[in-house]
Design a protein around this ligand. Structure first.
Ligand SMILES: [Zn+2]
Length: 305
């Protein structure tokens, strides 16, 4: 199931406790339906739970609607509708919608308590919202071809400190947010607290993974440095051997050279630990440099004849 579907499932799983809030949710169903006029209202959704939720909140608002399943090629569509004349009249009266109203705007008088607007926003998301899987990208959207409605929804959200961007896409008005913190806040407002927590956890996980990657890259870089340093010393030792100078080296340097030859990839620290008794890193570093210096001096002498 998509993340969007999970969020919707979570929203519908929460009971709308007060009847004023159920009316506000029913109002969102009408506003974000295909039409909302003297013919009634129709909502198309691919989620059966959303159609059922629409029917339930309408019922609590005193309006009876029906659900029909429409078989489509790709996916079944669930249609919730209020078309019966008597029910349509009740709908228009309850939501103060007049025949002369052309555009659909949000009527703030419908909201009676502090939670009504949140119930409206949550239902709007069920009807007209989508959300991208946060593992891919942070993006939550509301879509409607009604410009005024989308503008009103934006200011309703603004009042709850959620700033949405607005664009037009293929004739639709799209309200969107891309900030993960804002998406978390909005999900919480809509009652999808689990989804909100999931995003927070995901962020922590991503953060840890990034840090782990940084550390791993850093370690690889250090290993590269060690190997290069060892290669330089190793070629110096080879030179000393080839020119019969190895046996003439002081014992400490001979011991060091043998130690490096046995452990060509060891870091300075682990190589220093292998001596009995262990020597210091700087002590080891001095010995390795000394080997290189002796080889360099011999090369110089050979060049000068
Ligand atoms: Zn309320």
């Amino acid at each position: 199931m998509s993340f969007s579907a999970d969020v919707k499932k979570e929203i519908v799983s929460r009971e709308v406790p007060k009847s004023c809030c159920a009316v506000a949710a029913a109002y969102a169903v009408a506003c974000f339906g295909k039409y909302f006029d003297e013919k009634g209202t129709v909502l198309h959704t691919e989620h059966e739970v959303v159609a059922k939720y629409a029917q339930k909140v309408m019922q609590r608002a005193g309006i009876k609607g029906e659900i029909h399943v429409k078989a489509r090629e790709s996916k079944d569509v669930y249609e919730f509708s209020v078309k019966d004349k008597e029910q349509v009249d009740k709908l228009l009266e309850l939501f103060e919608r007049k025949p002369e109203d052309v555009s659909v705007r949000i009527n703030g008088d419908i909201f009676k308590c502090d939670h009504c607007a949140s119930a409206f926003i949550a239902a709007a998301f069920l009807c007209a919202g989508t959300m991208t899987n946060p593992e891919r990208e942070y993006n939550l959207e509301f879509l409607s071809n009604r410009h005024g409605l989308i503008k009103d929804l934006a200011s309703l959200l603004e009042g709850r400190e959620i700033s949405m961007g607005c664009v037009r896409r293929k004739g639709s008005n799209v309200l969107y947010i891309k900030s993960s913190e804002q998406i978390e806040d909005l999900l919480t407002i809509m009652g999808a607290t689990n989804a909100s927590l999931e995003i927070m956890n995901l962020k922590v996980y991503k953060d840890i993974r990034n840090k782990a990657n940084r550390i791993a890259n850093c370690e690889t870089a250090n290993i590269d440095k060690t190997v290069t340093a060892n290669v330089n010393t190793a070629s110096a030792i080879d030179y000393l051997r080839e020119n019969d100078a190895f046996d003439l080296l002081p014992d400490t340097l001979k011991e060091t050279a043998l130690m490096l030859e046995e452990n060509p990839d060891a870091s300075l620290r682990s190589l220093a630990q292998k001596f009995t008794p262990p020597i210091s890193k700087s002590g080891l570093s001095t010995r390795l440099k000394r080997l290189e210096q002796i080889a360099d001096k011999m090369k110089e002498r050979a060049r000068n004849g």
